[in-house]
Design a protein around this ligand. Structure first.
Ligand code: PCA
Length: 160
């Protein structure tokens, strides 16, 4: 059987390990996601917590804000499609390709040759160009944590 195509995706928000939606990445019913390592956006972006549900949004304004920390996964078509629906893409977020600096390889099957060959990788990222102007005045984060000292805990869909 032909191998299914995998896609590199960089997550910076609630999909990261230890964050409220990480369980999605590990649920085989949604497809496959393989952790590859941790990274940081090459470009700077504003990352804000907005909306009454305290949702992290990476605003697609390169050059403004900080280099954003996150995790790199390799996902199959099924998981990518599930994530698009979950993230209300393209309405709430748009999935675009951004260049990510690899800070630490974490995957089991990344060969030493592979490690040496590249320290950046192009990944899909959920960011948005549809934001309210006042979001630009919110604090810009560089590493999202729902449970951080900001006190703005993410509110699950079902609890909104
Ligand atoms: N989920 C996606 C985009 C923001 C969010 O909470 C992510 O973690 O990258």
């Amino acid at each position: 059987m032909a191998e299914r195509k995998m896609h590199d995706i960089f997550v910076y928000g609630t999909l990261k390990k230890g964050q409220p939606n990480y369980h999605i990445m590990t649920d085989p019913n949604h497809g496959k996601a393989v952790f590859k390592g941790i990274g940081r956006t090459i470009d700077k972006y504003p990352l804000v917590i907005a909306h009454k549900a305290n949702i992290p949004f990476l605003l697609n304004i390169p050059g403004k804000g900080h280099h954003i920390a996150g995790e790199i996964y390799s996902v199959d078509d099924q998981m990518l499609q599930f994530l698009d629906e979950f993230e209300s893409c393209p309405d709430m977020y748009q999935r675009t390709i951004k260049r990510i600096e690899i800070l630490e390889w974490g995957g089991k099957d990344d060969s030493p040759e592979g490690r040496a060959a590249a320290n950046t990788i192009e990944c899909f990222v959920y960011s948005t160009t549809s934001y309210l102007p006042e979001w630009l005045n919110l604090p810009y984060l560089d590493c999202y944590d729902s449970y951080g000292t900001h006190g703005l805990r993410y509110i699950n869909r079902l609890d909104r």
